[in-house]
Design a protein around this ligand. Structure first.
Ligand SMILES: [Fe+2]
Length: 380
């Protein structure tokens, strides 16, 4: 029987060293809102792209005040800065790219943000948009989703094909200066996107599977190379591709329990998103084992062909162990206690995780509040 499913491909992909300096060819002449953050600016990562845009008459208007977990105020300030612009660039990690996506839509349509929250409400036409990631993790350049923080701590999303970028630019030169800790944590985030897409209880399909599997192989083969040899542009390029492919996978087959339990670590303790996911990864996978064993076994044998004859249970265990080894070897902190979380925080974390209903429904098996508390406790 033919499965029924839908699949949305990503933006047009432009990859290669120096690709970010060819943004001008992707955008119409006229003013361009260039959304980034202060770190990117301070490191000079955007200098080449800005010079190329200016030389080609694109008149970049730089908005570099995007913070981690960007707020509604920041988004609206970016929209105001972009008045009269005819195109938008998002340049940085997930936060500047998310702000750029929604700014490109709001500048063009002048719609009220409060009518757009949720899935499929944004139906207008945004300005031409190019997204340029400077970490290999979020995959935000590949997805039609943007997450904005409203009223201090509430995360709200706008999701719809209208937000999908026209161009995703993967330039490994932009990631050569990433510190090891960021390379490792963001790389594990991309790995989690691929794993959760592959085992998503709803919407998993043969196309998202293909993207997820390729992403996992690329990360397994290149994460430590990128950590140990930060100037290896080839490994950096493969990690950017992996994060992008994982983004396309989870844009179609959404993420689940690992992300649901990771979000409260970011929301309440400001632990970076990738690290939050890495800390919860193996514990949630162990919880999912009963329901997801056949899929984990497939992935275990894919990443380590030496286990192909040891049976499903052994292969599935080997998968979890492979991920744990990768995370440790990359140097990612392994315990919640390493990042300042103690037993007194377990109840709060478990209660907060239950609010991530939109993610929990994708998990291969249910996670109750008691389960969540037990998983956080196991991760202490
Ligand atoms: Fe993520």
């Amino acid at each position: 029987m033919m499965l029924s499913y839908q699949f949305q491909y990503g933006p047009k992909l432009i990859a290669g060293r120096g690709a970010a300096e060819r943004l001008d060819a992707m955008l119409p002449a006229g003013r361009c809102l260039f959304v980034t953050d202060e770190t990117v600016r301070a490191l000079g990562l955007a200098d080449g792209a800005l010079a190329a845009l200016a030389a080609a008459g694109r008149e970049p208007v730089v908005f570099d005040r995007v913070e981690q977990d960007p707020s509604r105020d920041t988004l609206m300030a970016a929209v105001a800065a972009g008045e009269g612009c005819v195109s938008v660039v998002g340049f940085g990690g997930g936060s500047p790219m998310d702000v750029a996506k929604l700014a490109a839509y709001l500048i063009a349509t002048a719609e009220d943000l409060d009518t757009l929250w949720g899935v499929g409400k944004a139906l207008g036409t945004k300005l031409p948009l190019a997204l340029v990631p400077t970490t290999a993790g979020t995959g935000s350049e590949a997805t039609p989703v943007t997450v904005i923080t409203v009223g201090g701590s509430e995360k709200r999303g706008v999701s719809g094909a209208a937000l999908l970028a026209d161009f995703a630019v993967l330039d490994p030169d932009l990631t050569l200066s990433l510190p090891r800790a960021v390379t490792a944590a963001t790389g594990i985030d991309a790995m989690v996107h691929a794993i959760e897409a592959y085992t998503s209880a709803r919407l998993k399909n043969p196309m998202s599977d293909m993207f997820a599997r390729k992403a996992m192989r690329l990360i397994s083969d290149n994460l430590l190379r990128a950590c140990d040899h930060p100037d290896d542009a080839d490994a950096r390029g493969r990690m950017l591709l992996a994060a992008h492919l994982a983004g396309i996978a989870f844009a179609n087959a959404p993420v689940a329990g690992v992300h649901a339990l990771a979000y409260p670590l970011g929301g309440h303790f400001h632990i970076p998103h990738g690290l939050s996911n890495a800390l919860m990864l193996t514990h949630v996978l162990a919880h999912n084992m009963e329901a997801a064993r056949p899929l984990y076994a497939e992935l275990g044998a894919m990443l380590d062909p030496s286990v192909k004859d040891i049976g499903q249970q052994g292969q599935a265990q080997a998968f979890v162990q492979h991920l744990a080894r990768l995370s440790r070897a990359a140097g990612v902190p392994q315990r919640l206690s390493d990042v300042g979380i103690g037993p007194e925080h377990l109840d709060l974390l478990a209660a907060e995780a239950m609010k991530q209903e939109r993610l929990l429904i994708n998990n291969p098996c249910p996670i109750s509040q008691a389960d969540a508390r037990r998983l956080y406790e196991a991760a202490l």
